[in-house]
Ligand binder design. Structure first.
Ligand SMILES: Nc1ncnc2c1ncn2[C@@H]1O[C@H](COP(=O)(O)OP(=O)(O)OP(=O)(O)O)[C@@H](O)[C@H]1O
Ligand SMILES: [Mg+2]
Length: 330
């Protein structure tokens, strides 16, 4: 009897497994999109696993907004398929799982932040005490509690962006889709939005974001898809991408005084890229975390002292440059 029970539950379990398409929050399978003669997407495939932050990184016109619009069910692909937990994006159940924050926030300037949130809460069917409680919580999360009762007309761009993020989070979506969440914002505001996204992920939600800021993709993403001219040209963790496509790190050291034979000694440790010009040492390294301590220890053993030490690591901008011959941020 026990054996039979196990068999039955395994069948039920595997049935659920197939329904959920192996637990992927988002599956994009060979998607093409044409706008008349313009081919915006040329066979894009991506996956977002549950609880992951994934970035689409690419320059203007790469196809990020088009892809996002297809994922959230605003546009239909010309060819290919998108699945949200195994469901078509236009399926109401799929729609209710996605919170979408577009490039331009849709806010009423003549209402306060809190009133804007009340408006959307009613739209989502959240009422009364529950709405008030949820709105207060979210205003706190996005750091707008003190400004909640001011007119949105008087908000800065960053405050508007944080308010629209709070609105997107109102119905507690499982998946958050953000199109250029920090476009045109100064570094402080950008950071505060990154913190909110990281908080959201802690709750087990999945996040897909489009950006052309390489620091944003680097700081936030578990995985990055680099897009260029309607295609995905590389995929991986930021570290993997930099390791595979980026140049080596550059180590630069300034000594207090010259040390005889130091160039040869350092070459024995980290290879031929070492160049010593009087008090200045410069070297390339594919593994700076290992090489820097070795170089430092060699210098101290030789009786030298270090005035300054700088390590320049590759960036996703370098990766993009290597892959396309162009810069990401013009
Ligand atoms: N409605 C449209 N009609 C015709 N062409 C379009 C339309 N929307 C986008 N395109 C074109 O499709 C391509 C991809 O545009 P898309 O907006 O998806 O890129 P993006 O990566 O989001 O760019 P950005 O960084 O500027 O937001 C571009 O060549 C763009 O001109
Ligand atoms: Mg866009």
């Amino acid at each position: 009897m026990v054996g039979k029970d196990i068999k039955v539950s395994m069948i039920i379990f595997s049935g659920l497994f197939i329904m959920n398409e192996t637990g992927h929050a988002i599956d994009v399978i060979n998607v093409w999109k044409k706008y008349g003669d313009v081919v915006a997407l040329r066979g894009v495939s991506i996956t977002v696993n549950e609880g992951e932050i994934v970035s689409l990184l690419g320059p203007n016109g790469a196809g990020k907004t088009t892809l996002i619009s297809i994922i959230v069910g605003i546009l239909r692909p010309t060819k290919g398929r998108v699945l949200i937990y195994g469901l078509d994006p236009k399926n109401p159940k799929a729609r209710s799982m996605i919170g979408f924050c577009p490039q331009e926030p849709a806010l009423n300037d003549n209402l306060t932040g809190r009133e804007n949130m009340m408006f959307y809460a009613r739209l989502y069917g959240i009422d009364g005490i529950e709405a008030k409680k949820r709105i207060n919580e979210l205003l706190e999360v996005v750091g707008l509690s003190d400004d909640a009762d001011r007119l949105v007309r008087r908000y800065s761009g960053g405050m508007k962006r944080r308010l629209s993020l709070a609105i997107t989070l109102l119905p507690n979506p499982k998946i958050l889709v953000l199109d250029e969440p920090t476009l045109g914002m100064d570094p402080n505001i950008r950071r505060s939005i990154w913190d909110i996204v990281k908080e959201v992920r802690k709750e087990g939600k999945s996040v897909l974001l489009a950006t052309h800021y390489m620091e944003e993709a680097d700081e936030l993403s578990d995985r990055v898809y680099i897009m260029h001219e309607g295609r995905v040209i590389a995929e991986g963790t930021p570290e993997q991408l930099k390791k595979i496509y980026g140049p080596p790190s550059v180590i630069e050291i300034e000594l207090y005084r010259t040390i005889d034979e130091i160039e040869e000694e350092l070459r024995n440790i980290i290879g031929n890229s070492v160049i010593v010009e009087e008090k200045l040492i410069r070297a390339h390294s594919r593994a700076p975390d290992i090489d820097v301590p070795r170089v430092v220890s060699c210098i101290y053993k030789a009786g030298g002292g270090i005035k300054s030490l700088k390590v320049t690591k590759p960036t996703l901008e370098d990766v993009f440059l290597k892959l396309t011959g162009r810069r990401l941020e013009e």
